[in-house]
Design a protein around this ligand. Structure first.
Ligand code: NAP
Length: 252
């Protein structure tokens, strides 16, 4: 089975759920990254993540709220200092918010705007700030290969963002914010063609986390194990597209 060999990785939203599971699985790869930047809003409260960083010195916990550009900037400065001239191979936009909206009666301006800020604008501004480091990785790690081990942006989206597969309605804020995230990814893939940076959306389905709840069909462990394999096996032909954790293409 193909394995990820990114030397440097940054993941957002690592305090719990899928983000925390990414960190757990990265440290156990056959060739683990030299640096795993695990960002979260409140490092002092992220006790499980802090314990992992004590056990694995490759893990650096960094405070970052994707809805606050000042914290994105200060996180990037810390990462730049640690990388000391090296690039960032893989950025995983995982942090996200969801709200329950069974009907239009439940939609509020506040929900629409806060989900757009965290699920769409946050990933875009995170990419914008870290792009010089991603471009540096693209230059340093060979010119021709589209791969998550070289230079890539992976954004955790949601199957509910597939317009084609929307058979039940509901969930306006999450659906709209993640659809917009897909356009961010598509745009980035075009702008970053010259650097051959790969941009892919990852779809978890329904996962047993605080967001997914206890009745969800998949564990975070199974979902992230699938994502690790999907990331390791994406190449140029998969660029700008969306895949679930089993590697199936998810239609727009
Ligand atoms: N679970 C599912 O069934 C499911 C399905 C489809 C898509 N997803 C997607 O999967 C990703 C991870 O979700 P999850 O299931 O792991 O959810 P989760 O358990 O609720 O965790 C969400 C994570 O996002 C972080 N976060 C929220 N707002 C943030 C902000 N402004 N800045 C930085 N971090 C922020 C949270 O940090 P705090 O601890 O500080 O709140 C937490 O670490 C999300 O993008 C979500 O949309 C999940």
């Amino acid at each position: 089975m193909a394995s990820l060999e990114a030397k440097t990785v940054l993941i957002t939203g690592c305090s719990r759920g899928i983000g925390l599971e990414f960190v757990k699985q990265f440290v156990h790869l056959p060739t683990p990254p030299v640096h795993i930047f695990a960002t979260c809003r409140s490092p002092e409260k992220a006790s499980e993540l802090q314990q992992i960083s004590k056990d694995y010195p490759s893990v650096t916990v960094i405070g970052m709220d994707v809805a606050d550009t000042a914290t994105i900037d200060s996180a990037a400065l810390q990462v730049e200092k640690i990388l000391a001239g090296d690039g960032l191979n893989l950025l995983i936009n995982n942090a996200g918010l969801a709200v329950r909206e069974p009907s239009i009666e439940d939609v509020t301006e506040e929900n629409m705007m806060s989900l757009y800020k965290v699920n769409t604008v946050g990933p875009l501004l995170t990419v914008k700030r870290f792009l010089p480091l991603i471009r540096k990785a693209a230059q340093n790690y060979g010119k021709d290969e589209y791969s998550a081990s070289r230079a890539a942006i992976m954004s955790v989206s949601s199957k509910v963002a597939s317009i084609n597969e929307n058979k039940m309605g509901q969930y306006y804020s999450i659906r709209c914010s993640k659809v917009a995230l897909h356009m961010v990814s598509k745009n980035l893939s075009i702008e970053l063609e010259a650097d051959k940076v790969m941009v892919v959306n990852l779809h978890p389905w329904w996962v047993r986390t605080d967001m997914g709840g206890p009745n969800a069909s998949t564990t975070a462990e199974e979902c992230v194990r699938g994502f690790m394999n999907v990331m390791a096996t994406r190449t140029k032909e998969h660029n700008a597209l969306s895949y679930d954790f089993k590697g199936n293409l998810v239609p727009w």
